[in-house]
Design a protein. Structure first.
Length: 67
């Protein structure tokens, strides 16, 4: 139900230039908020070259059997 209301409100606001400005500001604010939440996780910070602890993560092409 929430998604349907968001869709209706978005389509209604997108009809006018002022509504597009409001949608753009809302998108920017939510992007900043979600970005702050993702950076505040208690996980170990990822660094280039570190392996994932998940054994099911795809590691890329194998160097074995190359000629």
């Amino acid at each position: 139900m929430k998604r349907i209301l968001q869709l209706v409100a978005t389509r209604w606001l997108a009809r006018t230039p002022f509504g597009l400005v409001v949608l753009g500001i809302g998108w920017w604010v939510m992007r900043k908020r979600r970005g702050g939440q993702a950076g505040a996780r208690d996980d170990v910070l990822r660094e280039p070259g570190r392996k994932s602890r998940n054994p099911y993560v795809w590691q890329g092409p194998s160097a074995r059997n190359r000629k």
